[in-house]
Design a protein around this ligand. Structure first.
Ligand code: 6PG
Length: 242
C-alpha cells in the first residue's frame, strides 16, 4: 500500500492525473491496451476534467483504453446522479471516446439483470485471459464505503460473483457494484480521497481494527498489485503513521 498525501485537493488531482497517465501508458506499451475502471461520485469529476484539458489530453492514446465502472447508482442514464453520464460528459465526450470502448452499467434493466449483464460483458471482454483490470479508481464515502460496498451489506461477503445488485437501506436505493474479489484482482488500485469529512473514515480503514462491516474499504487489498491512496492533508489529518 502506498500513501500519497498532498497539501490541497487540486494537488491530489494533479498527482493522481500524473499517476494515471504514467500507469496507462506503461500498460499500453506492455499490452497494447489498458482496461481502466472509473470511480463514481463527485471526487473524480475534477480528475476527468484535468485529463481532458489541453495539458493532459494528448499524453495518452485514449483509443487504446477500455472504460468500465466500479459501480452505478440505479437511476436512468439520463439522471444527473448516473456515474456513466458524469463520465460521458466530463471524460468520454471531450476525448471523443468510441462508445464501443465504454462498458456502461445498463440501468434500464432490473437491478439483478443489470448485474448479470455487466458481469457477462466483463467475462466476454476478457475472453480466455484472466479477468484482471489494469487500474481501478475508487472513491471513499465518509461512512468508509467504496464503490457500492456499503457498511452492513451482504455484498461485503460475496466471494464468487463479479458484480452484485443490492438495495441499500442507508440510502434507500439500489446500487450495482463490482465486488471486492473482482476489484482486488486488479494490477493497480488507486483511491482518490480529499476533504476533512473523509478523515475519520480514512483513519479507521488504514489504522483501525479489522472491521469490514463498519469499514468496507478495508476489503480492498490487491491480490498481486498495489493499493495507492491519493489524499489531501485534510483527509489524511487523522492518520498517525504518514
Ligand atoms: C458512487 C461511488 C462511491 C463514491 C463515494 C465518494 O457511485 O457514489 O462509486 O463509492 O466514490 O461515495 O463519493 P464522493 O466522491 O462524491 O464523495
Amino acid at each position: 500500500m502506498e500513501l500519497h498525501v498532498y497539501k490541497s485537493a487540486d494537488e491530489v488531482i494533479t498527482g493522481l492525473a500524473d499517476f494515471c497517465v504514467r500507469t496507462i501508458n506503461e500498460v499500453i506499451a506492455a499490452k497494447g491496451e489498458c482496461n481502466l475502471v472509473l470511480s463514481g461520485g463527485n471526487s473524480p469529476k475534477k480528475l476527468y476534467e484535468l485529463l481532458v484539458s489541453a495539458s493532459y489530453k494528448n499524453k495518452v492514446d485514449w483509443s487504446r483504453t477500455w472504460f468500465f465502472f466500479g459501480d452505478e447508482r440505479y437511476v436512468p442514464f439520463t439522471d444527473k446522479d448516473n456515474n456513466g453520464l458524469m463520465a460521458k460528459q466530463s471524460l468520454f465526450d471531450p476525448l471523443n471516446i468510441d462508445e464501443a470502448k465504454i462498458f456502461y452499467i445498463n440501468t434500464a434493466l432490473t437491478p439483478e439483470a443489470a448485474a448479470v449483464d455487466y458481469a457477462q460483458k466483463i467475462i466476454a471482454h476478457f475472453g480466455a485471459d484472466p479477468i484482471q483490470f489494469d487500474l481501478v479508481l475508487l472513491g471513499l464515502g465518509d461512512n468508509a464505503h467504496t464503490a457500492s460496498l456499503f457498511p452492513h451489506t451482504k455484498v461485503l461477503y460475496e466471494m464468487k460473483a463479479l458484480v452484485s445488485a443490492l438495495f441499500i437501506d442507508e440510502i434507500q436505493s439500489y446500487r450495482i457494484t463490482m465486488t471486492a474479489p473482482l476489484i482486488n484482482e486488479a494490477h493497480e488500485i488507486a483511491f482518490l480521497v480529499y476533504g476533512a469529512a473523509k478523515a475519520t473514515a480514512v483513519h479507521n480503514i488504514l489504522e483501525g481494527e479489522r472491521d469490514i462491516d463498519n469499514y468496507p474499504a478495508q476489503l480492498i487489498e490487491a491480490e498481486e498489485g498495489t493499493v495507492y491512496w491519493f489524499l489531501d492533508e485534510a483527509a489524511a489529518e487523522l492518520i498517525e503513521k504518514k
